[in-house]
Design a protein around this ligand. Structure first.
Ligand code: CMC
Length: 429
């Protein structure tokens, strides 16, 4: 017999259906609650609200489990390429050899961006944050490919947009960095794989080739996989809600990039390095900064600590921490910030405040140290997160579109003035 929930409102009992997922997660279906009772539910920050049913990513925050389409993140990070993971998320299955070849070939065919778009970059100030540039450029893609704006678009047209996005994002990302240096843009090189090509566009110069280090390529591939999807987080929910109005995929992804930029979400990786640097310059007294983070009168928070859903450990942080040690050793980098990060983690994990609140290092805590070792500039860290998250955003947008989900439109409890009469300006106090 299927489960139900009962709710008593104004002495009347209402029976609500319970929805159970494939991992036995339960949800009370309140979609008809207002119609039958006049009540809505309220849940600021959607802490207990399931916005959709999704078959893409499973996450158990208590047990520290993360799986894409059923595959454990640990296995994918160790064995897969980012292109395989992108295909898996978007099309539901790991590709066979032929499917992977065709997918990679198609991505390579679309890596160039329209020459007219190059001129847009010139209008940005050199100090423009690359996340701002990236979101505008992605939004602009919709104007270059107007067919993407047709809500009745067929799956072939959607596929073309998906491939264009995956292909062009690294080009736009690398160019936003080159532009900030006022260096010439480097064109994509389709002989290279996805990660190699990005690194080459970032670091090669017309005057000097860039030696692509396989250690760096492997580390980047792993980081992108770890960021590839995370079910209904802030930026993904943004992509879905923007897409639910039938806005085109470019605009939806551009909105996701903006949501990711915030320091409580993807922007945390930049803030972690800035925080570690501040602690380092301040003399490295980790205890002092832990006390500041606990002080309710001090706005300071330990960046890279805490998570809305992980209440035990973040499995991505565990993989990244190990990878961080390996990468730094292989590249021969001795970063004092890594020592501060390790001390900070130890002190915080033993502290009652952090223990009581289940606050652990999250994916952003160590990723910045790896990016730094790979010579990625700090302002580009969140851009790296965006490149990694793109397949997840696309998969979620595609799922929502294919399931014909209704437009996202939450309700509210109004707490403002009751009705009052207009007063002429001459009579107002
Ligand atoms: N440092 C100090 N105290 C914290 C921290 C922190 N980083 N995070 C949460 N707390 C405290 C918070 O003050 C609150 O205490 P109290 O119960 O006494 O009021 C309690 O822990 C619960 O915090 P919350 O803000 O209600 O939790 P949330 O689920 O709304 O927020 C979070 C989650 C990630 C926004 C938050 O932990 C945070 O601000 N962390 C720092 C920013 C960060 O690292 N963000 C990256 C998240 S992982 C990458 C991604 O996928 O976005």
């Amino acid at each position: 017999m299927s489960k139900t929930a009962k709710i008593v409102l104004d002495d009347n009992e209402h029976v609500l259906p319970v929805v159970t997922g494939s991992e036995n997660e339960n949800a009370i279906d309140i979609s008809k609650l207002r119609g039958s009772t006049g009540y809505i539910t309220i849940d600021p920050g959607y802490k207990n609200t399931g916005a959709t049913k999704s078959a893409i990513t499973f996450l158990d925050g208590e047990k520290g489990i993360l799986r894409y389409r059923g595959y454990p993140i640990e296995q994918l990070a160790e064995n897969a390429s980012f292109m395989e993971v992108a295909y898996l998320l978007i099309y539901g299955e790991l590709p066979n050899t032929i499917e992977l070849q065709l997918f990679e070939r198609s991505i390579k065919r679309h890596t160039l961006v329209h020459e007219d778009m190059k001129r847009f970059f010139e209008a940005y100030p050199a100090k423009a944050h690359p996340m701002g540039v990236l979101s505008s450029m992605v939004s602009s893609l919709a104007t270059f490919y107007p067919e993407s704006q047709n809500p009745d678009r067929n799956s072939e047209a959607i596929n073309l947009t998906i491939h264009r996005l995956i292909a062009k994002l690294p080009t736009l990302a690398a160019w936003s960095y080159k532009n900030s240096m006022r260096h010439p843009f480097m064109y994509p090189n389709n002989k290279l794989d996805y990660c190699q090509n990005f690194l080459n566009m970032m670091f090669s110069m017309p005057t000097e080739d860039y030696d692509i280090d396989p250690v760096i390529v492997k580390a980047l591939n792993k980081l992108l996989i770890l960021h590839a999807d995370h079910e209904q987080n802030c930026s993904t929910s943004t992509v879905r809600i923007v897409g639910s109005s039938q806005a085109n995929l470019y605009s939806s992804i551009s909105a996701g990039i903006c949501a990711l930029w915030g320091p409580l979400h993807g922007g945390a990786n930049q803030k972690v390095i800035e925080m570690l640097l501040k602690i380092h310059i301040d003399g490295g007294n980790v205890d002092k900064w832990v006390e500041k983070a606990k002080d309710k009168n001090d706005p300071f928070r330990l960046m890279g600590f805490g998570h809305r859903v992980y209440k035990n450990f973040d499995p991505r942080a565990k993989i990244i921490k190990k990878s961080c040690d390996e990468v730094l050793e292989k590249l021969g980098v001795n970063d004092p910030l890594l020592e501060i990060a390790k001390k900070l983690e130890k002190v915080a994990l033993e502290d009652e405040y952090f223990k009581e609140r289940n606050l652990y290092p999250n994916v952003d805590f160590y990723s910045g140290i790896i990016y730094k070792a790979l010579r990625i500039p700090t302002e580009m860290f969140t851009v790296m997160f965006a490149i990694g998250r793109l397949p997840g955003w696309i998969a979620q947008w595609k799922e929502m579109t294919e399931n014909n989900e209704p437009i996202g439109r939450p309700r509210q409890i109004y707490t403002g003035y009751n009705s009052r009469d207009y007063v002429d300006v001459s009579k107002r106090k």
